[in-house]
Design a protein. Structure first.
Length: 369
């Protein structure tokens, strides 16, 4: 085993400060975060182990007397991490020793917007008010009273951490923890902004402009990056999520990008056929009803449905026919219907061969079955 004094490059009469200085110089050159070579890593372990032994008065006395090192803190047992931490302010490479930043990302926000079915045919625009956190106009996110600024923490010297040295079976162990005086920020705010109490943000209502695309449906969430809450100390905004809710329509329902509706047709129009105007969600459209149309037949009007969210192509309007039979007729009308019955020689009422009801057939036709 190499002599610990030779490893550190000091004499056997070196003082504690000389040993510490020598180790610090070598550690800065050999630490794995600075020199990733395998040779440097092995040398760093030897240097650290030598320092652990010689920096502790009791272990150094035993080493100088030729005693056994068993039980001493070694580099292979995690000792070098704490020792290195004592000099460089943190764990691996000092990364954990950096002070916290007051600026943090803000939280995401969620709002709900109610739409009518007509709004989703081509898309729509909404101005939505939300209650959220915004940058404090008084301090502009600095958290300080105007004319003042943060001051370096006197307790931790601006590092955001304090170190404690405790004795253990492995010798002196140095631990690091956030500074209680500055909460790990490395700075204090002697004169916080009176408007935001030193938070750099305040609660306020603001208006967000929403361009809602065509084809959205209930439950869909739209993401607006950077439109959520501003973070502490004026940190970057979170995202805003808009959850869509489409109100039911009294006439039309939706299946995919198609619109569904039911049209009541008189018995005479069903027999003779006719053309009628239907009030669609985006204006009137003519619908031709062929002669002899039956209840449950579905008529299709191309391109009068909802614009697809991804396809940008409009679906169809599908109209189910319901033939309405008059419940009251006068004598003349009854006479004409009886004459019609004689001429058409309609079969007697009977059960259909298919045991499928009207509503089931209508559902299947709507679905294209």
């Amino acid at each position: 085993m190499a002599d610990h004094y030779d490893v550190l490059g000091v004499s056997r009469e070196a003082s504690s400060d000389e040993i510490k200085k020598a180790y610090r110089k070598l550690a800065r050159r050999l630490h794995p975060d600075v020199n990733p070579s395998p040779e440097a890593a092995e040398e760093f372990k030897s240097v650290t182990h030598a320092y652990e032994v010689l920096s502790d008065p009791e272990q150094r006395r035993r080493y100088d007397a030729g005693g056994d090192e068993a039980g001493f803190g070694g580099a292979g047992f995690g000792g070098f991490g704490d020792v290195f931490e004592a000099f460089f302010g943190g764990g691996s490479g000092g990364r954990s020793g950096r002070p916290r930043s007051r600026r943090e990302r803000g939280q995401d926000a969620l709002v709900r917007v109610d739409l009518e079915l007509g709004d989703v045919v081509f898309g729509t625009h909404r101005d939505v008010e939300i209650d959220t956190a915004v940058v404090c106009e008084t301090c502009q996110g600095s958290c300080c009273q105007p004319g003042t600024q943060p001051e370096r923490c006197d307790v931790c010297g601006g590092s955001g951490h304090v170190q404690r040295q405790v004795r253990s079976l492995l010798g002196n162990v140095v631990t690091q923890q956030p500074c209680g005086a500055c909460q790990g920020y490395g700075t204090t705010i002697p004169h916080p902004c009176p408007a935001c109490q030193g938070q750099g943000r305040v609660r306020s209502r603001r208006t967000v402009a929403l361009d809602i695309p065509a084809g959205v449906e209930t439950g869909l969430r739209l993401q607006l990056p950077g439109s959520g809450e501003v973070g502490p100390a004026g940190g970057p905004n979170g995202d805003l999520y808009v959850e869509v809710h489409v109100e039911p329509h009294v006439v039309f329902s939706r299946e995919g990008d198609d619109l569904l509706a039911t049209l009541e047709v008189s018995m005479t129009d069903a027999i003779l056929g006719t053309t009628t105007a239907i009030d669609g969600l985006d204006g009137a459209v003519d619908l031709e009803i062929r002669a002899g149309v039956q209840s449950g037949d579905v008529l299709r009007i191309d391109g009068r449905g909802v614009t697809g969210l991804r396809t940008k192509k409009r679906g169809d309007l599908r109209v189910a026919v319901q033939v309405v039979t008059p419940t009251r007729v006068d004598g003349k009308t009854r006479q004409l219907v009886e004459e019609l019955a004689k001429r058409t020689k309609a079969p007697d009422p009977r059960l259909a061969e298919h045991q499928q009801g009207l509503f089931s057939k209508l559902r299947d036709k709507f679905r294209g079955a």
